[in-house]
Design a protein. Structure first.
Length: 94
């Protein structure tokens, strides 16, 4: 899953503080293969989430964790102007 998020003006540092609390917890989930959060160096209000889960069930379980509900749903989302999420699968050569 990838997510491109744009923080409201004046909220980028608050979003950063939230994701700094959130990231280590998300990375410890048993269904997570990779979890990275990036902040743009040229546009500091932009954040990019790169998340790889074991399967669809793992992704669904991730969204039910207390840290997701508290930090992302409960705090971060209100500080965003835009959130664009896309899901991807690994492309395998035949």
């Amino acid at each position: 899953m990838c997510s491109s998020d744009l923080a409201r003006e004046g909220e980028a540092d608050n979003v950063l503080a939230i994701v700094r609390k959130y990231l280590p917890q998300a990375q410890q989930e048993p269904w997570v293969h990779a979890f990275r959060i990036h902040r743009s160096v040229t546009e500091p209000n932009k954040f990019f989430f790169y998340e790889v889960f074991r399967d669809e069930e793992g992704f669904a379980s991730h969204q039910q964790t207390p840290h997701f509900k508290e930090l992302i749903q409960g705090q971060a989302l209100a500080k965003l102007v835009r959130r664009e999420r896309t899901q991807h699968r690994f492309a395998m050569a035949a």
